[in-house]
Design a binder for this molecule. Sequence first.
Ligand SMILES: C[S@@+](CC[C@H](N)C(=O)[O-])C[C@H]1O[C@@H](n2cnc3c(N)ncnc32)[C@H](O)[C@@H]1O
Length: 383
Amino acid sequence: MTDERTDDMTRFVAELEAGGVLSDAAWREAFTKVPRHVFLPAFFTPLPDGRWQAMDQSHPDYWRLVYADTTLTTQLDATIHPDPSVGPVAGAGTSSSTQPGLMAAMLDALRVTGGERVLEIGTGTGYNAALLAHRLNAQNVTSVEVDDRVADAARQRLVVAGYHPSVITGDGEQGWRPGAPYDRLVATVSVPAVPRAWLAQVRDGGMIVASLWRDLGGAPLVRLEVDGDTAQGFFLPQPGGFMPVRSANRATAALSAATRQIGISRTATVPSGVLHDDDAGLWLALQVPEVTWLGFTPDGGTDQVWLFAPDGSWAMVEDATVRVEQYGPRNLWDEVEAAYDRWDATGQPCRDRLGLTVTGTGEHRFWLDFPDATQWVDVPGRR
Ligand SMILES: C[S@@+](CC[C@H](N)C(=O)[O-])C[C@H]1O[C@@H](n2cnc3c(N)ncnc32)[C@H](O)[C@@H]1O
């Protein structure tokens, strides 16, 4: 590697360290040695109009972006791959290289000491698998990717970088039974519920660090310790908004359809900003199911937040006029305000005071501070 690249990597690791996420010397060493650019020959950068432009090493910003604490998108709509010779393209991200600071926090949360056997779900570019292989030896690392083209590219780039973990093409929600039992499982893709297969494939006392998918957001990252057919633990202090597994049934509804109906208007008691709050946002996302939202500013109007549910319910919140308008079987902003009031009455707990127990029947029990203090339960299949 040239001196210039070594300098880029040294600056990158110093930036991560300054962000407080690389306190472990062994992970620091891995980030210093594993070249991220090998896993990112090209990627998309977002444009102000919502579309994407692909760039590769010929672009003057390439090296600065590859060695920055930034998520880099590498696939859109499960079919579009970065090609800098093509102009701007539209689409939703379906594969990426995760923000390195977030990867570092999740790797740290795995609490490995060396030699643990790890199953990663969501290989993506293969960069995280390479970091795991560097730290724990390649024979201890298995990574599962659902998209065969993405998995093939990751395999090739891992070889170029000098790492040889097992990369399996398959559905990560099933884990990878032939390699079980694992000491650790880390998922860099969000699941609506922690799959039973993961609990079965991680040994007693082993740990799972995973991202839960909630339509309202909240970016839930949780670390669970496995005990027989159950697992339990606290949410991490860091938010981690990973894309959902491809099977996830995301609640969607059309803004244009909603605006044709007239809802019931009232004064809002809670502003829309609660959805962005790291602590309140997680509580709300876990308690208000199947509601997506988006920001919208009508021509000549003020900022609005629109919420939608699959049954056609919607709500529109306008902070400038302190107004909410709602329509449909569910009063969505009433639900958000009621959940917010519970969070407030409970003393506004921060996100890492919340915990999760996954029971042998797959029930998800959410609690505050103590597992016995169950606050609410998700039944499998309800989402
Ligand atoms: C955020 S990327 C992973 C980033 C990756 N760890 C890295 O270092 O580049 C999420 C990946 O999960 C994959 N994915 C989605 N659903 C999946 C599933 N059911 N099983 C396995 N992988 C899945 C996507 O194709 C995507 O490549």
